[in-house]
Design a protein around this ligand. Structure first.
Ligand code: NAP
Length: 271
């Protein structure tokens, strides 16, 4: 049996970090070697999973002597900056889901990708990545069909449409050789008039405890295609990030996306 992948979780005390810790504990592909928090974190030095079950503790910063194969980062831009410096210096693969990255950090990531493998994703759900892929195909194959995207989330969500709905819209628009800036329709109220051919409409539903649902409707004459994804558990992002980490280790330096993982799986599948 190949030896386990030595994994560090960066931002380990956060929502995503906790979800990753819970999964990795039962995942034999990985050996968790470091759970990194910020300097001054209330968690720094405290034991993981309860004192009795492990000697592993949350720790700030890095230990140059510790061997790590891959860092999974869900910390924030400042944290990502430190993880990036560590990974580049030590030749360690990096998976990051941190959002809100400014152009300077973006440029550093681009530079680091010349030296180490880096996989970034704004949404680590494998199901959403497959949905986007299917939608691109359907939008291009049915260019005259009306396209609408409906998303549903819990009532506490503040932004609308969701980032994922917009990403799906961008993917469909790109497949049709247009942009959301030109063809996206976000509001219909009063008498908006007949639907404009080629537009991509968004509809938003809010309520209850819905984790996240996205449906792309392709509406033709006398028939329709519906492509849907329903998330029932926030741990899907952590699951996707671990799949990405296992996949990324041993790759040559470069910029990778969830789609690369899916493409490889597809190519390996029995025709
Ligand atoms: N791509 C996806 O699928 C996806 C999904 C969910 C979230 N995200 C993104 O992932 C990031 C984290 O999200 P979250 O919801 O887990 O946030 P969160 O609960 O605030 O967790 C982030 C944790 O990182 C730690 N941290 C902050 N600065 C650090 C540093 N310099 N070094 C090490 N650790 C540091 C903080 O804990 P301490 O103070 O204890 O160190 C904090 O608890 C955000 O950018 C979010 O947008 C992406």
């Amino acid at each position: 049996m190949p030896s386990a992948i030595r994994l560090a979780i960066h931002g380990a005390s956060g929502r995503m970090g906790s979800a990753l810790l819970a999964l990795v504990r039962h995942d034999r592909r990985f050996e968790l070697v470091r759970a990194v928090v910020s300097a001054g974190s209330a968690y720094d030095g405290t034991p993981l999973f309860g004192e009795l079950s492990t000697s592993l503790r949350y720790a700030h910063g890095w230990d140059a002597a510790q061997a790590i194969d891959v860092v999974v980062d869900f910390s924030g831009p400042e944290g990502l900056s430190s993880a990036l410096a560590y990974c580049t210096q030590h030749g360690v693969a990096l998976v990051t889901g941190t959002t809100g990255i400014d152009p300077a950090l973006d440029a550093r990531l681009a530079d680091a990708q010349k030296h180490i493998p880096v996989l970034r994703a704004a949404n680590f759900s494998l199901g959403v990545a497959v949905l986007a892929r299917l939608l691109r195909q359907a939008a291009a194959a049915l260019p005259d069909w009306d396209l609408e995207i409906i998303e549903t989330h819990h009532g506490r969500k503040e932004d609308a449409p969701s980032g994922t709905a917009l990403a799906l819209g961008h993917a469909a628009a790109q497949a049709r050789g247009t942009t959301l800036e030109k063809d996206g329709v976000y509001v219909r109220e009063g008498r908006p008039g007949a639907r404009r051919q080629g537009s991509i409409g968004f509809a938003v539903v809010r309520g209850g405890d819905v984790v996240g649902e996205h449906t792309a409707l392709l509406l033709g004459q006398g028939e329709r295609v519906e492509l849907s994804h329903r998330a029932t558990d926030r741990s899907i992002f952590a699951r996707g990030a671990l799949e990405a980490a296992a996949w990324l280790v041993g790759r040559k330096p470069g910029a990778y996306a969830i789609d690369d993982l899916l493409l490889e799986r597809q190519a390996k599948a029995v025709p």
